[in-house]
Design a protein around this ligand. Structure first.
Ligand code: HEC
Length: 401
């Protein structure tokens, strides 16, 4: 019953988190698009201080959008702010982190072969990393480094790769992956909360008081622009991390942190193409290079099958040997009514109650157990490398080839 309700809880939070994220990133994509499609307004609008003009049709109606150089002479009674989308994405994301990783199934987060963490220890490392990296980012963006966009980007990339490496040293693959995503998400929300919203507030205050924005307001605005550029580049990697969390081939990879770093670079680079194009520069070479790098990554990550250690002349493995191994290492979770308290149905929908079922899932089992060592989850059952190879050899013996 506990596992059943816990599943509902995490499903509902996840649902909310995705909706909040869609609203946030959707609004952010929309405003980037808007900015890049503004046209020069007619003279009468210019005289009102409008610098960009745009017409659009959507949902059966025609919209007229105007962007002011600074602001209207008088502030409208209702000015819409876009911030709760970001805040609710962070809050639901944190709730999910606690529900799924810290208090859900420890196997997602704790890998005793890396570090035998207690729940408290895992929370301390996880939350400490989120806050620590966010503070480092905040220190950097307030430093002279913020004047050099390219150098800042490079430093940020190095920091995130280091975080990725570090998380993989202490957490199980899936937990490590999601923590890198959470670090990026936290930086993005901090950008809104600590930079973009204060800059907007300063601008609105200046307009309300009828004064020209001073140097402080201008500096805040300049940094807010940089923050918003960073957020823009980070959206694609962060979404990739969210969905790749359902593909053990990524986070279960022996060099998961490097895979993550490569994907972060490729997706942010691809984003660069669109950003340039919005500025009227079309550079298809960026997309070509991104595609080639992706192909290289697909090649580099390919599972090493057939494994040279599991050559055809390896000694025959009996069904009985495998039955014993599966019972000891898999059936605690992968059966109709799992004895494991965290599951109320076979995880990933895969039941391994019989050898036939093991065969039905041979490719996935090979990938998860032999190639990546992702299964048994967190290796709580203490399977050995030799036992994994037995399973690998058996799968080849009974395999179609
Ligand atoms: C402690 C519980 C547990 C044990 C023990 C366990 N698994 Fe899993 N297994 C899971 C969970 C949970 C998932 C879903 C993974 C996810 O969502 O990241 C999973 C997923 C899988 C998948 C699907 C991976 C994919 O491609 O999506 C396979 C295959 C698998 N397990 C095989 C095994 C085999 C074989 C064993 C025994 C050697 C085993 N598991 C032992 C919990 C367990």
């Amino acid at each position: 019953m506990h596992a059943y309700l816990a599943d509902w809880l995490s499903l509902i939070i996840r649902w909310f988190h995705v909706i909040a994220g869609v609203a946030w990133i959707g609004a952010s994509f929309y405003f980037v698009w808007l900015d890049n499609h503004l046209r020069e307004p007619p003279e009468w609008k210019k005289q009102k201080g409008i610098k960009g003009d745009l017409w659009a049709i959507h949902g059966g109606g025609i919209y007229e959008v105007a962007k002011y150089q600074l602001g209207p002479e008088e502030m409208p009674r209702k000015l819409h702010w876009f911030k709760w989308e970001a805040y609710s994405t962070l809050m639901s994301g944190l709730a999910l982190l606690f529900a799924v990783y810290y208090f859900g199934n420890p196997g997602y987060l704790i890998d005793t072969s890396k570090l035998a963490l207690s729940t408290g220890g895992a929370i301390a490392i996880g939350m400490g990393t989120l806050i620590g990296v966010m503070l480092i980012y905040e220190a950097l963006i307030r430093s002279p480094l913020s004047r050099n966009g390219l150098a800042f980007g490079a430093v940020l990339l190095v920091i995130l790769v280091a975080v990725s490496w570090g998380m993989f040293q202490v957490f199980a693959g899936r937990g490590a992956f999601i923590h890198v995503g959470a670090v990026i998400g936290t930086i993005m929300v901090a950008n809104v909360f600590l930079g973009i919203v204060p800059a907007q507030r300063a601008l609105v205050n200046a307009i309300q008081q009828g004064v020209e924005p001073d140097a402080r307001v201008a500096l805040l605005a300049e940094r807010a622009k940089l923050r918003s550029t960073h957020n823009n580049y980070l959206t694609l990697p962060v979404i990739f991390i969210m969905i790749s969390n359902h593909y053990p081939m990524f986070y279960g990879h022996a060099h998961g942190w490097a895979v993550l770093a490569a994907i972060g670079f490729i997706t942010a680079f691809a984003r660069h193409f669109f950003n340039l194009r919005h500025q009227g520069i079309t550079r298809p070479s960026i997309l070509v290079v991104s595609a080639l790098l992706t192909l290289a990554l697909i090649w580099a990550m390919a599972p090493s099958r057939p494994d040279t250690r599991l050559t055809a002349n390896a000694p025959e493995v009996s069904d009985q040997q495998i039955r014993v191994l599966v019972e000891a290492h898999c059936q605690g979770c992968h059966v109709e009514n799992p004895p494991h308290p965290a599951f109320q149905a076979p995880p990933a929908g895969i039941s391994l109650a019989t050898l036939e079922q093991l065969k039905d899932h041979r490719d996935q089992v090979y990938q998860a157990t032999v190639a990546t060592e992702y299964m048994p989850l967190g290796n709580t059952t203490g399977i050995t490398r030799e036992e994994r190879d037995l399973i690998g050899t058996w799968l080849r013996q009974v395999g179609p080839e």
